[in-house]
Design a protein around this ligand. Structure first.
Ligand SMILES: C[S@@+](CC[C@H](N)C(=O)[O-])C[C@H]1O[C@@H](n2cnc3c(N)ncnc32)[C@H](O)[C@@H]1O
Length: 304
């Protein structure tokens, strides 16, 4: 990938960004669900781990000790964070690699490979045909890159091992919906969001002073993003405005992993505080039964 293009995004990430990924509500939520899925569906003691898009490596470090992994390989294309982690984490069986997952030669075989909140970045950056942050993501190109990243790593996974993915999920419904926006300041937030979100231009219409018509999947994307503006979190918004977190539905994951020869276990849900905030700000009037769920935690087990 063109370095200056992706560096623009990497350079927006400050220490608080990495802390929040791990210690924020979503970090705790994803950790709990990964542990549950792995405990229930995988017999793992020892084994080799690969963390793709490792960032601060936090979750995998704890997990490595818990299952007494024989090795942990950390891969990320952000050289700054990898060098920080390389200085911090030492010991036998720990390896680092600075590489883009789509063009890397990952050496070795693995029992569990993690893509924790990173595939949406593959979608957001490999899916931009103009290689320019101010132009929207091409959905098909982005999904193609996500599928390629997973297929690229799959041959290196031992039978009986697996892939863990955490990220946000698109709702199955792809329909026009009507949403009541419950507070005037949230409407102002959305007006700002629609103007200042280069990653996707969302067709929408204000039916009156508080009713919004929008596509259901665009609404999913909006729900993840609007609260950075609402809470005045400009540093986080500078990073997030370049990303789309929802790239695939649960049925698309099912098809992809069935084709690759994996059995799928998953949880689709929303951290409670996020869902409460959404219900306080929005009400779905038409087109969906309720506000869609936010996250997927997925364990795909490779068949022998
Ligand atoms: C949102 S952070 C998640 C970090 C960590 N996995 C976590 O859950 O806390 C996404 C990470 O993926 C990395 N990343 C994005 N695209 C990548 C690619 N194509 N190849 C390798 N790493 C990538 C980013 O540099 C970043 O560290």
């Amino acid at each position: 990938m063109d370095n200056s293009f992706s560096n623009q995004h990497k350079n927006t990430k400050q220490t608080a960004y990495w802390d929040d990924l791990v210690n924020g509500t979503t970090g705790r939520y994803k950790e709990a669900w990964i542990k549950k899925l792995v405990d229930e569906h995988l017999e793992l003691s020892g084994g080799a781990l690969l963390d793709v898009g490792c960032g601060s490596c936090a979750f995998i470090l704890a997990f490595r000790d818990q299952i007494r992994a024989t090795s942990a390989t950390f891969l990320d294309y952000d050289e700054t964070i990898v060098e920080q982690m390389r200085r911090k984490i030492q010991g036998d069986g720990v390896y680092f690699q600075v590489a883009d997952i789509l063009s890397s030669q990952v050496k070795g075989r693995f029992d569990l490979v993690f893509f924790l909140d990173m595939l949406h970045e593959v979608y957001s950056f490999h899916g931009r045909p103009q290689k320019n942050m101010e132009s929207p993501v091409d959905h098909l190109l982005g999904v193609q890159a996500v599928k390629k990243a997973i297929a690229h790593i799959s041959p290196s996974i031992n039978p009986g091992g697996g892939i863990v993915i955490t990220d946000n999920v698109l709702c199955e419904e792809d329909v026009t919906i009507e949403v009541a926006v419950l507070h005037a300041d949230i409407k102002e937030t959305l007006i700002h969001f629609f103007k200042d979100y280069p990653s996707r231009r969302m067709k929408h219409e204000w039916l009156d002073h508080r009713h919004l018509q929008i596509n259901s999947r665009d609404f999913c994307i909006l729900l993840t993003q609007y609260n950075k503006i609402k809470h005045g979190d400009t540093a986080r918004w500078a990073t997030e405005r370049m990303e789309i977190h929802q790239y695939m539905t649960l049925s698309e994951y099912r098809t992809l992993f069935a084709d690759l020869g994996y059995v799928l276990h998953y949880e689709v849900g929303t951290p409670q505080s996020a869902y409460e905030e959404w219900c306080n700000d929005f009400k779905v009037i038409k087109g969906l039964e309720r506000i869609p769920q936010k996250r997927i935690t997925l364990l795909a087990v490779k068949q022998a």
